[in-house]
Design a protein around this ligand. Structure first.
Ligand SMILES: [Zn+2]
Ligand SMILES: [Zn+2]
Length: 364
């Protein structure tokens, strides 16, 4: 858990209250390590402390509250960090990822009733995104649980909970990349690699990966990139030379203002730029407004793959089972929970692929 901004994380035993009527007790099987957790550690994403981190996870249902429906003990679930109400104007227009019904609790790090289930001698501990997946057992709202096929390994299922859905969904749901399209992807971390997998699934003809770390090239190519450019190598000119007019679709998966601005220069007239990475909450960039008008470039964003999680977690799990989304190859190193600080350091050092924390019998 995180007790102070800057970390490191403490690994210790906490008390966990049983699930309330609308809640579910989960034994975590696997949890991914995401840059968004790191942003909480650094304070870039401000959060009440102390908090148990981890928002990308999957596990087995152990116990359910009295009002829980459609979930039974023994089910395997992927956890969603955007639970939705199903009734508001966003949810009824199939934009469940924009549901604001639980925003206050999500930013406070409490459960839906405003209280916490974790506690220690110094008092309550908050739950990141009502999940806190970097823990052996957790209590979550039933709205956060999406039941999936038990044949999907936990380490694959966990990555559906953030990186894969964020990347693949940005391609399929938001940008709606067409068959034969030219796609440029800035950043080849967990989300960028998922965008590459999604672009391949959509039938893109050319997928250009751009990253600052040369070691990421083999995995980017393995997952579908046809070209790899090292950041800083006059990327705009090289993309123009490779494509003629620029890419049909450009995705920024790092969350850096300079790269978001550069993305617009990689895009062809009539093309679309989709911001997927998150910079600081108050980040702004200056747009080349005349060129946007003359070239009809669309600049948009996508949060959590613009996903309807109940539909998309299962859809992407099916694609994995059918061999169309090789999520298992996205996994980088595997760790036990006591090495969580090492896993974060390795991610920052540019370790290729998504790092995964494994629990119980799956632990390395
Ligand atoms: Zn994440
Ligand atoms: Zn809603």
């Amino acid at each position: 858990m995180l007790r102070r901004v800057g970390g490191p994380l403490d690994v210790e035993t906490l008390d966990l209250a049983p699930p309330k009527a609308d809640e579910v007790l989960i034994r975590i099987g696997a949890a991914g390590v995401c840059h968004s957790d790191y942003h909480v550690i650094t304070g870039q994403a401000a959060h009440e402390l102390p908090v148990v981190l981890g928002h990308e996870g999957a596990g087995e249902v152990i116990e359910i509250g009295a009002r829980v429906k459609g979930i039974v003990p023994g089910d395997h679930v992927v956890l969603s960090w955007i639970p939705y109400c199903g009734e508001c104007s966003f949810c009824t227009r199939a934009r469940t990822h924009l549901c604001r019904s639980y925003q206050a609790q999500l930013s406070n790090g409490t459960m839906m009733d405003g209280t916490c289930r974790f506690s220690s001698a110094d008092g309550p501990m908050r739950h990141l995104s009502m999940l806190a997946c970097w823990s052996e057992t957790i209590v979550v709202p039933q709205q956060s649980c999406i039941v999936i096929d038990k044949a999907v390994p936990f380490e694959v299922a966990a990555l559906l909970g953030c990186a894969v859905t964020t990347g693949v969904g940005a391609v399929l749901n938001r940008a709606k990349v067409e068959q034969g399209a030219v796609v440029a992807v800035i950043g080849a971390g967990g989300v960028g690699l998922s965008i590459i997998m999604g672009a391949k699934l959509a039938g893109a003809a050319q997928i250009i990966a751009i990253d600052a770390v040369p070691d990421t090239e083999p995995l980017a190519r393995d997952l579908g990139a046809t070209d790899f450019l090292l950041a800083g190598e006059d990327v705009a000119a090289r993309i123009a030379a490779m494509t003629g007019h620029g890419a049909d679709h450009v995705f920024e998966a790092v969350g850096k203002r300079t790269l978001q601005r550069a993305a617009i220069d990689y895009c062809r007239p009539g093309g679309q730029v989709t911001f997927v990475g998150l910079d600081a909450d108050d980040a702004t960039i200056a747009l080349p407004s005349t060129r946007i008008t003359r070239s009809e470039i669309t600049v948009t964003g996508s949060i959590f793959g613009s996903a309807c999680t109940t539909r998309d977690f299962r859809r992407y799990a099916r694609h994995f089972m059918e061999g169309d989304l090789p999520i298992d190859r996205l996994i980088g190193r595997r760790y036990t929970l006591d090495r969580i600080n090492q896993a974060i350091d390795d991610m920052l050092a540019g370790q290729a692929g998504r790092s995964v924390i494994l629990f119980g019998m799956d632990a390395p």
